[in-house]
Design a protein around this ligand. Structure first.
Ligand code: PBG
Length: 306
């Protein structure tokens, strides 16, 4: 009765990786229990999450063809657009489309590369195009994760001009240059071929900068702000909760998932308790919603009265 923080299945968002190159599910080596899925299995996966009370999925795509620009990201026939169109035919689940180019570019960077670095202003124009393609396919929300300056404003403008005033933006506002994304880059095949992302992702030592990033995103029209990763940045979530009225999402990232899986597989930690404790602490810090690879497993436990 006196517990202050209760986790609900409604707090959770389940990521989905749809891969155009496979015809059967392929388990991600560094993320036991998480799969790259072929197009025709996406609806089943999303409905399974929905059946457990999870209201939304976050969609990532791995295209057949990568190029210098990442053009499959905004092609009407691109893998995510196809998956969303299919899914929206037959599912109650809300679809959030991750919006970035790193899965689509041959060099693995999050945008257009010029003279060896990512060009911010060219990139946000491409993000606008991608958002419109995703909305056209039926995405309920778009989630730009590239950390370019001005990306929210550019996407908002592009969506509005195309008649998608009602499609909200969940912005990866405070996204740190983190070692905890390692396993994800396996899954999404999005490791940069040269350089790194430290020109646009944040320094782990900075907290005030995160607040400024969130404030800028809100001014540009973000509807939901995100902190990522979650566990090493609970102080940032808390600060944001105190400072802003907007809904806050936290991304419990791949490395945070894999560490618990690996320790549990060795018998070094109690899997279910560690999972629920992590998720509860993220909510306690102030997150309204949690993107997590544990979504389905946690939902099962919550339903069972954990
Ligand atoms: C990039 C993106 C990343 C994640 C989500 N979107 C990784 C990166 O910046 O390299 C990481 C998610 C995770 O680790 O679970 N578009």
């Amino acid at each position: 009765m006196v517990r202050e923080t209760r986790l609900s299945t409604k707090d959770l968002i389940s990521p989905i990786f749809v891969d155009e190159n496979i015809s059967r599910p392929r388990e991600i080596r560094s993320m036991p229990g998480v799969y790259n899925l072929p197009l025709d299995m996406v609806t089943k996966e999303a409905n399974e999450a929905a059946g457990l009370g999870v209201p939304a999925v976050l969609m990532f795509g791995i295209p057949k063809r990568k190029d210098e620009e990442g053009s499959e990201a905004w092609s009407a026939a691109g893998v995510v657009q196809r998956a969303i169109r299919e899914l929206k035919k037959d599912s109650p689940v809300a679809v959030i489309a991750d919006l970035c180019l790193c899965e689509y570019t041959s060099h693995g960077h999050c945008g257009a590369v010029k003279d060896g670095t990512v060009n911010n202003d060219e990139t946000i124009e491409l993000y606008g195009r991608t958002a419109v393609a995703q909305a056209r396919a039926g995405a309920d929300m778009v989630a730009p994760s590239g950390m370019m300056d001005g990306q929210v404003a550019a996407i908002r403008r592009a969506l509005d001009e195309a008649g998608f005033e009602d499609v909200p933006i969940m912005s990866y506002s405070a996204k740190y240059a983190s070692a905890f994304y390692g396993p994800f880059r396996d899954a999404a095949q999005s490791t940069p071929q040269f350089g790194d992302r430290r020109t646009h992702q944040m320094d782990p030592g900075n907290a005030r900068e995160a607040l400024r990033e969130m404030e800028e995103d809100l001014m540009e029209g973000a509807d939901i702000i995100m902190v990522k990763p979650a566990l090493a940045y609970l102080d940032i979530i808390k600060e944001a909760r105190v400072r802003f009225e907007a809904p806050i999402a936290a991304y419990n990232v791949s490395g945070e998932y894999s560490m618990i899986k690996a320790a549990a597989a060795n018998g070094w930690i109690d899997h279910d308790r560690a999972m629920m404790e992590s998720l509860t602490s993220i909510k306690r810090a102030g997150a309204d919603m949690i993107i997590t690879y544990f979504a389905k497993e946690a939902a099962k436990l919550i339903k069972g009265g954990f």
